[in-house]
Design a protein around this ligand. Sequence first.
Ligand code: ADP
Ligand code: MN
Length: 186
Amino acid sequence: MVEDSSKRKRPNILVTGTPGTGKTTTSAALAEATRFRHINIGELVKEKNLHEGWDDDLDCYIINEDLCVGTYKEVCDELENSMEEGGNILDYHGCDFFPERWFDCVVVLQTDNSLLYDRLVKRGYTESKLSNNVECEIFQVLLEEAKESYPEDRVVALKSDTIEDISRNVSTDRLGEKLAFFIPMA
Ligand code: ADP
Ligand code: MN
């Protein structure tokens, strides 16, 4: 069992991956299946104005990463009570960002390069943003980041190529087993 989760009745899950791998779609499906809270960090920082403007290259809001002052601290303060309570699915494209103690399970979604390319074209990404993101996927940047930031047994890489993958990922697949371990009511 994860040491820091001892006070939580339900687990917290981080769903991460390169933009376009299906974090938001998967998190929403997982929230429906588990009745956990889906927290889209991008939406949260926008709604509560916990950012310092828009980063057009990375296609996300800028969060000041100083641990003690500014927007990173504000985001963490905003989430701390919910995270202590448990039962949260955080949806974010980074994983060395939040306190390690928050998560019982870190899901890294992975998508075939050409499928990912097509999804990002549909999103209207420019050529340079397309290649940056597909490269990020090819080099498994998020998976490496997750393995560096969390104990290996908490990290689960899941394929997210098709809609069937999503159904499988939120039900009986490896994640289902991982979660069953943490969810007493299951
Ligand atoms: P992210 O939040 O990681 O950027 P989204 O969940 O917004 O990704 O998905 C991006 C697009 O790709 C959406 O149009 C979504 O419907 C599609 N998509 C995501 N995951 C899959 C999948 N496993 N199979 C098919 N389409 C997917
Ligand atoms: Mn998203």
